[in-house]
Design a protein. Structure first.
Ligand code: AMP
Length: 500
């Protein structure tokens, strides 16, 4: 079954319902949405795009992003959404690796990309695009569950990104787990795209199409906390995906404006570690509007979830532990912890492994990487963590980030959690530095939010964690290096240390 059928059905039964909004303005109802996606599909076919071909999308968030995605799927092709923050040369590399036959772009990105690629580029909003999205449409091309739907390039904090093959079946599994494990959805809801549509936020589009909810794309095309707060107030019943750093900025902006998040139904957060102090503050301010998910491109958005009630609960004897976890396995997957000799028991720390419907069949044209990552039917996530007896999964770190000092494993996240509780610390990242004596030393990079020094932080650590875990040195910096999704680049920090 082709996922695009969900749009055809929504148009048939809720044709007049608002579908695509740009800021405050409704730009298309479901009939209008479908009546632009179907001609776009037909126009792609006329330009030689055949089922199974890849069509790249190098665009900022825009309501027509969804017209393009569904158009590509109706045509039986696969979309290759590319993070709009990438350099044109990086986008060109992805287009080449994917073997994309055509690209859809927004204006400025297209201008830079044109110099780098040979494939034809169609600009959203341009004359050709307008022509392609009007006229006669076509019905969706039949697809099998294993057919490629979305070629997702991992953000990659090291090396070249890899293309994850997301199939129609996987995306349906992720979508159908959403109302069961993350948040119930209805036609009265609105999905707001505060984060890149090329990533997790876009993965959540199909389920909202399925129920005939509205889709709101902020005018800024990016994340502006004040704009998000205003849009939510205007529309009401808004849900959105946010990276943890965005939640932090949302809380700061709402507090400054004296707003309590009116109109926000749900903020789904994930994609990186959320510090306990930040989520407690967010729930205190906004109330029970937060759900956490843990996923990765290889199992998009669908490994675990920590429900709204669990995120807001302060009465359970172990609520802190639970809030520091990423929740329990979603309905469509099995989660286990792997050690050197097989599956480990509760409380034991090892590599997180996942099996189930939303797990990728492999990377795009990269058998060596696939063989390393899919083993005995399990997806090896590269994340380290432990399960408790109730099935709550707590992430320690990426395996490569674990610090081994004097033969003992130190999980940077644990040290970061402690330092984040200090009022003088705004952001922190902990990494290992090669040491002749210990193998590695613990070093903390700190963005201070007030007057604080090494002595104060050391005293604070002594009060809160084992001595051997506390940083040997502190580096005070103005900002932490981050990738385009806001994830801290620990490799960059380690490089700085190596360079002295
Ligand atoms: P990506 O494939 O770019 O989406 O990155 C996925 C990685 O982000 C995972 O393998 C984890 O290391 C991290 N991640 C995702 N969700 C969470 C979460 N809720 N808490 C901590 N880390 C997360």
């Amino acid at each position: 079954m082709n996922l695009a059928i969900w749009l055809e059905r929504a148009a048939a039964v809720s044709g007049g319902a608002p579908a695509l909004c740009h800021g405050d303005a409704v730009v298309a109802d479901y009939r209008g949405f479908a009546d632009r996606a179907a001609p776009f599909a037909a126009a792609l076919r006329e330009r030689g795009v055949t089922p199974g071909d890849r069509v790249a999308v190098f665009a900022k968030n825009h309501p027509d992003y969804l017209v393009v995605m569904f158009g590509v799927w109706i045509a039986g092709a696969a979309a290759v959404p590319i993070n709009a923050k990438l350099h044109a040369k990086e986008a060109a590399w992805i287009i080449g690796d994917a073997g994309a036959v055509l690209g859809v772009v927004t204006a400025e990105l297209g201008a830079a990309l044109a110099a780098e690629v040979q494939v034809p580029l169609v600009e959203i909003g341009g004359a050709e695009f307008i022509e392609m999205t009007s006229g006669a449409g076509m019905g969706s091309v039949p697809r099998e569950p294993d057919d490629l739907c979305w070629l997702f390039y991992t953000s990659g904090t090291t090396g070249r990104p890899k293309g994850v093959r997301i199939t129609h079946g996987m995306l349906m599994a992720t979508s159908l787990a959403y109302p069961v494990d993350v948040d119930p959805v209805s036609a009265a809801d609105a999905a707001l795209y505060a984060a890149p549509m090329s990533h997790g936020a876009g993965i959540y589009a199909p389920i909202h199409v399925r129920v005939g909810a509205a889709h709101i794309v902020p005018r800024s095309g990016g994340f502006d906390a004040d704009e998000v707060l205003a849009l939510a107030r205007g529309h009401g019943q808004v849900s959105m995906f946010m990276a943890p750093t965005m939640v932090r900025r949302l809380t700061d902006a709402a507090k400054a404006a004296g707003r309590r998040g009116e109109g926000i139904k749900t903020v789904v957060y994930g994609g990186g570690p959320m510090y306990l102090a930040d989520i407690v503050e967010a729930v205190d301010w906004f109330g029970p509007r937060f759900v956490q998910i843990y996923g990765q491109g290889e199992c998009p958005m669908a490994i675990t979830a920590l429900s709204r009630d669990e995120v807001a609960d302060r009465s359970h004897p172990r609520w802190r532990e639970r809030l520091g976890s990423v929740g329990r396995a979603q309905s469509v997957v099995e989660v286990a912890i792997g050690g050197p000799d097989g599956v480990l028991g509760p409380g034991e720390t090892g590599e997180i492994m996942v099996k189930g419907l939303p797990v990728m069949p492999g990377y795009w044209r990269n058998e060596a990487a696939t063989a390393k990552t899919l083993r005995d039917g399990w997806l090896m996530t590269g994340d380290v963590g432990r399960l408790d007896a109730d099935g709550y999964l707590t992430l320690a770190d990426r395996s490569k980030d674990v610090i081994i000092s004097g033969g003992t494993n130190i999980y940077p996240r644990e040290v970061e959690e402690v330092l984040m509780q200090h009022t003088g610390v705004h952001e922190v990242s902990v990494v290992g530095r090669p040491s002749a004596e210990w193998g590695e030393d613990v070093v903390a990079f700190v963005v201070a939010s007030g007057a604080v020094d090494q002595r104060a932080l050391d005293a604070f650590c002594l009060e809160n964690i084992a001595r051997f875990k506390r940083p040997k040195s502190y580096m005070f910096v103005d900002a932490l290096p981050k990738n385009n999704y806001g994830k801290v680049l620990k490799t960059e920090l380690r490089k700085r240390l190596a360079e002295g």
